[in-house]
Design a protein around this ligand. Structure first.
Ligand code: ISL
Length: 554
C-alpha cells in the first residue's frame, strides 16, 4: 500500500519575484508580473509555486528581512494583487506555497523597534546581552561573514543576528514570541494558501548563556545554534498550533542537515514537517578555503551523497530535491557545461533531479538552462552575502582588488540566480521596460523562453517532458532507489515499485562512454521512456554520448 500525499507527487516551481517579471517598469519584478505568467507555468505543467518573500521589507536581504508579516511589499503590489495571483493559480490547479521567515525579522519590524526601547512586553523579543560596545558577548559568526552580534546604541546592548545586522534573531525562548509567530502563520493559512517553505528553520533555538563556539564550524558557534537544544520542542509546538489544522505542505530549509537529523525532524516521529532541503550536494564543489574557493568534485561524490539520502531517510520521511534556488549559482555552469553541451548537460542534470526519490523543485530559469553571469566589478553585485564577504576580504587585506576574487564570485555568487528571468531577446530580456535592479545576463539573446519554446529541441521542451513523465509515474515518485555499480562518469540506478522498474543511465561527462547493462537486469522488454538525444537506441550495450541521459522502463 502506497502512502500517498499530494506534495509527494507534485513538481514545485520556485519564483524569486524580484527577478521574475516586472509589470510596471520600475525595474523590480512584481506580483501582477507573475499573474501575467500563470499560463506559462500551467503550460510547463508544474503543480505548486513556491513564492519567495513578498512581505513588506527594507530589502537588506531581498525580503528575508520582514518588516511586517501581514502585508505586501509596495514595489511588488498590493494584497489585492496577491489574492489575484492566488486565485489565478488555483483556477489552474496550481497550489501556492509562501516563504516564511521565523528565525529573524527586519530591525525595522515594530517588535524590534519596541524591543530596543524596552517597551513593556517586548524587552525579551530578541537576544539581548549587556556589555561594553567593543566587546561582543561571544565569538559566534554570522552566515554572511563577521560577528553575529551588533551593538545597539538605543538600548546600549548587544543583539544577535545570524545573518545581516538588519536581521535580528527572534528569541524563541520567550513564549510570547512563539505565540505571535503562530498567529502570523495562521493568518496566512486562513488566506487559503497551500503551505510554507520555512526559512532556516533549524536555527531558532539558542542555548542559555550563549557559550563560545569551540568547534571549527561555518559559521563559528554553529554547534550551539544549528539544531539547538529546544528545536524539536519548538517545531512540534509550531506544527500543533498551525499546520496540523490545515491540509498544507511544509518544506523546511535546514542548514547543515544530515540524514539522521532529517529523520528526527521529518516522518512519523518527527515534528510534523513534510520534507527538508539539505545542502550536502551543494558543498561538493567547495575548496579547502570554503565557499569562495572553487573545489574539485566527482560523480562518485554525488553518488555517495545522493545514495545516503535516497536510502537513509526513513519510510515516513521525504526529501526535497533541488539543483538551484535563489541562493545558488546556475547548475549548468556549475556541474554541467554551459558552452558546448549546454542543452545536453542541463537536460542530463534535469533527468537526475526528476528521477531521484523526493519532490523536485525547479528554480525560475533552470527550465531554459540559464547560466551564470559575469559580474565585472563589485558595483554590479547586489547580494549582501557576496558584497559583505568580499568587502571583508578587502578590508582584511586578504585580497587587494575585486579582480582577485572575480572568478570565485562568477562561480558562486547568489546573484547568478537573481539576474532577471530571460523571457525573450527583447531589451532587458523582456523582463522590464525600465532599468532592471540587477544586470541582465549577457546571453539572453540566445537563452530565453521565447527561443526555447519555438526551438524544435530545447531544455524547456525537455523539462516539460520530465515534468509530465514524473507526474504520470508512481514508480518515479515512490519507487526504491538502487545504485548500480558503474565507474565514473556513469551514474546508473534503478527505481523499483512492486513489479514496476525504471532504469536511469547518465553519462556525466563531455566524452563518449560505453555502458553495458549487467546480467542482473531483465532487459528483454525495456522501453525507452525519455532521452536527451532523439536518436537514442534500444537497450543493450551502448555508447553514451556527452551528457547523454536515458530513462528506461523495464
Ligand atoms: O546562501 C547561503 C550561502 O550559499 C546560505 O548560507 C544561506 O544564507 C542559508 O542557506 C540560509 O538561507 C536562507 O536564509 C537567509 C537568506 O538570505 C536566504 O536567501 C535564505 O534562503 C536569511 O534569511
Amino acid at each position: 500500500e502506497i502512502d500517498r500525499s499530494w506534495w509527494k507527487e507534485a513538481v514545485v516551481y520556485q519564483i524569486y519575484p524580484r527577478s521574475f517579471n516586472d509589470s510596471d517598469g520600475d525595474g523590480v519584478g512584481d506580483i501582477p508580473g507573475i499573474v501575467e505568467k500563470v499560463d506559462y507555468l500551467d503550460e510547463l505543467g508544474i503543480d505548486v509555486v513556491w513564492l519567495c518573500p513578498v512581505y513588506d521589507s527594507p530589502n537588506a536581504d531581498n525580503g528575508y528581512d520582514i518588516r511586517e508579516y501581514r502585508s505586501i511589499m509596495d514595489e511588488m503590489g498590493t494584497m489585492d494583487d496577491w489574492e489575484r495571483l492566488r486565485d489565478a493559480l488555483h483556477e489552474r490547479d496550481i497550489k501556492l506555497v509562501m516563504d516564511m521567515v521565523l528565525n529573524h525579522t527586519s530591525d525595522e519590524h515594530e517588535w524590534f523597534q519596541r524591543s530596543r526601547r524596552e517597551e513593556g512586553g517586548y524587552e525579551d523579543y530578541y537576544h539581548w546581552v549587556e556589555g561594553e560596545p567593543d566587546d561582543p558577548p561571544n565569538n559566534w559568526g554570522s552566515f554572511f561573514g563577521g560577528s553575529a552580534w551588533s551593538y545597539d546604541e538605543v538600548r546600549e546592548a548587544w543583539y544577535l543576528h545570524l545573518f545581516d545586522e538588519k536581521q535580528p534573531d527572534l528569541n524563541w525562548r520567550n513564549p510570547e514570541v512563539r505565540e505571535s509567530l503562530y498567529e502570523t502563520v495562521n493568518w496566512w493559512l486562513d488566506r487559503g494558501i497551500d503551505g510554507f517553505r520555512l526559512d532556516v528553520i533549524n536555527l531558532p533555538s539558542k542555548p542559555e548563556g550563549y557559550p563560545d563556539g569551540e568547534v571549527d564550524t561555518y559559521p563559528t558557534g554553529g554547534e550551539h545554534f544549528v539544531n539547538g537544544p529546544r528545536i524539536h520542542e519548538y517545531l512540534r509546538e509550531l506544527y500543533e498550533e498551525t499546520f496540523a489544522n490545515y491540509d498544507v505542505m511544509t518544506v523546511a530549509e535546514m542548514v547543515d542537515l544530515d540524514v539522521e537529523e532529517a529523520n528526527a525532524y521529518l516522518g512519523a516521529d518527527g515534528d510534523g514537517l513534510n520534507m527538508a532541503f539539505h545542502f550536502d550536494h551543494m558543498f561538493l564543489d567547495f575548496g579547502p578555503e570554503g565557499r569562495w574557493d572553487i573545489g574539485e568534485w566527482s560523480v562518485s561524490e554525488f553518488k555517495e551523497i545522493f545514495g545516503e539520502w535516497q536510502t537513509g531517510l526513513d519510510e515516513t520521511s521525504w526529501d526535497g530535491l533541488y539543483w538551484e534556488n535563489h541562493d545558488q549559482p546556475r547548475v549548468v555552469s556549475r556541474f554541467g557545461d554551459d558552452e558546448t553541451y549546454r542543452y545536453e548537460s542541463a537536460t542530463m542534470l534535469g533527468t537526475l533531479l526528476f528521477t531521484l526519490k523526493g519532490t523536485p523543485y525547479v528554480y525560475q530559469g533552470q527550465e531554459i538552462g540559464m547560466t551564470n553571469a559575469d559580474f565585472a566589478s563589485l558595483s554590479e553585485v547586489r547580494d549582501v552575502d557576496t558584497r559583505q564577504p568580499v568587502e571583508l576580504l578587502l578590508e582584511n587585506g586578504e585580497i587587494d582588488s575585486y579582480e582577485e576574487i572575480r572568478e570565485a564570485v562568477n562561480y558562486r555568487s547568489r546573484d547568478h540566480a537573481r539576474t532577471p528571468m530571460q523571457w525573450s531577446d527583447e531589451e532587458n530580456a523582456g523582463f522590464t521596460d525600465g532599468e532592471p535592479w540587477i544586470k541582465v545576463n549577457a546571453r539572453y539573446p540566445e537563452i530565453n523562453v521565447a527561443a526555447a519554446r519555438s526551438a524544435e529541441s530545447s531544455v524547456w521542451h525537455y523539462y516539460r517532458e520530465l515534468i509530465e513523465l514524473r507526474s504520470s509515474s508512481d514508480v518515479l515518485v515512490y519507487g526504491e532507489y538502487d545504485l548500480l555499480e558503474t565507474p565514473d562518469p556513469l551514474y546508473v540506478f534503478t527505481r523499483t515499485l512492486g513489479e514496476e522498474r525504471v532504469l536511469v543511465v547518465l553519462n556525466w561527462s563531455d566524452e563518449d562512454e560505453s555502458f553495458a547493462p549487467s546480467a542482473s537486469l531483465s532487459t528483454d522488454d525495456a522501453t525507452l521512456l525519455l532521452s536527451n538525444y532523439d536518436d537514442a537506441s534500444g537497450f543493450g550495450e551502448a555508447t553514451l554520448r556527452p551528457y547523454e541521459a536515458r530513462v528506461y522502463g523495464l
